[in-house]
Design a protein around this ligand. Structure first.
Ligand code: SF4
Ligand code: MG
Length: 315
């Protein structure tokens, strides 16, 4: 099968008071139809920026994004409108991402109003159907966001993302703001919807605790750079990059016999204005060597389908 999305050498830099912030520095990734890519890293690593850039909410500084083989930055007119229907986003915070003065009907109806000619009874029926699809009561259509719990609000955000029958959804930390008890429900809902509507997801998370259950493959990012990519099983069984190893060691595991030794990451993520030379992770890496300061590690396939950028695996 062909990739639905091809990200090629994507860079996104910002200019902030004369300084360049490299939010995303050379990311390449193919996303296949029907798959979920987990995108993991601490805040500030460029995850959301990637998510927003590949659906054209931001322009790329360099590089390309192809959707069904077409360069998304060159699309105009009808082709661009079609693309905007096909690619949607679910935001992290179900409290701030829903307008408190809008009724559920108009929150979910907004993309329908902007992008389609559906009106009146058909519009209302579609919104009621969307509420049912995400597990909410259709007769709550006239309520306001504050009348719902956090989990329910996230369901409203999901209904809104589904309104135009998209092919691809960026889920930008959709469960991070929710109670742990609600997180699994929302992840399960997303999985069910994926099967039902043949969706492809980019699922963004700041740690590795829930992504395993939804992701086919996982990309770990650090400071705008790709650290490791593998199918979920391999990544959890045999993390290669020292950063992935540290992230995994802090995931709580029910069986204490299987618990990994906790690796504490010292210090903060360095500023993307002035990233470390060589390997950007070296200031926090317990394996850092002289070479890591001098040379950036190359992205390479260490085992079939399992990639990393780290000098421990170069010969
Ligand atoms: Fe650590 Fe060096 Fe590997 Fe970077 S390249 S992760 S500093 S061992
Ligand atoms: Mg973010």
């Amino acid at each position: 099968t062909n990739p639905l999305i091809q990200i090629k050498n994507l860079k996104k830099f910002y200019n902030v008071s004369g300084k360049v912030i490299k939010a995303v520095d050379n990311v390449s990734l193919d996303i296949y139809e029907g798959e979920t890519i987990g995108l993991v890293g601490e805040s500030g690593c460029g995850k959301s920026t990637i998510g927003k850039t590949i659906i054209r909410l931001h322009e790329a500084t360099e590089g390309k994004v192809l959707f069904s083989g077409e360069d998304i930055y060159s699309l105009k007119g009808n082709a661009l409108n079609k693309l905007k229907k096909d690619m949607q986003i679910i935001f992290q915070d179900p409290y701030s991402s829903l307008n408190p003065r809008m009724k559920v009907e108009d929150i979910i109806g907004e993309p329908i109003d902007l992008q389609t000619k559906i009106k009146g009874k058909a519009r209302r029926e579609r919104i009621e159907e969307l509420l049912r699809i995400v597990g909410l009561k259709p007769d709550h259509i006239s309520r306001f966001p504050h009348e719902f719990s956090g989990g329910q609000r996230q369901r409203i955000g999901i209904a809104r993302a589904l309104a135009l029958n998209p092919k691809f959804i960026v889920c930008d930390e959709p469960i991070s703001a929710l109670d742990v008890s609600i997180q699994a429900q929302v992840v399960n809902l997303l999985k069910e919807l994926q099967d039902e509507f043949d969706l492809t997801y980019l699922f963004i998370a700041h740690d590795l605790s829930m992504v395993k259950y939804i992701s086919d493959r996982i990309l770990v990012m650090y400071l705008g750079n790709m650290a490791e990519l593998a199918d979920s099983e391999s990544l959890y069984r045999e993390p290669l990059h020292p950063y992935t190893q540290a992230l995994l060691s802090s995931v709580p595991i029910p069986n204490p016999m299987k618990r990994r030794k906790r690796i504490i990451l010292e210090g903060e993520v360095p500023s993307p204005i002035n990233p470390p030379s060589g390997c950007v992770f070296r200031t926090r890496c317990r394996h850092a060597m002289k070479k890591c300061e001098l040379e950036a590690p190359q992205w390479q396939e260490v085992k079939a389908g399992h990639f990393t950028a780290c000098h421990l695996y170069t010969t």
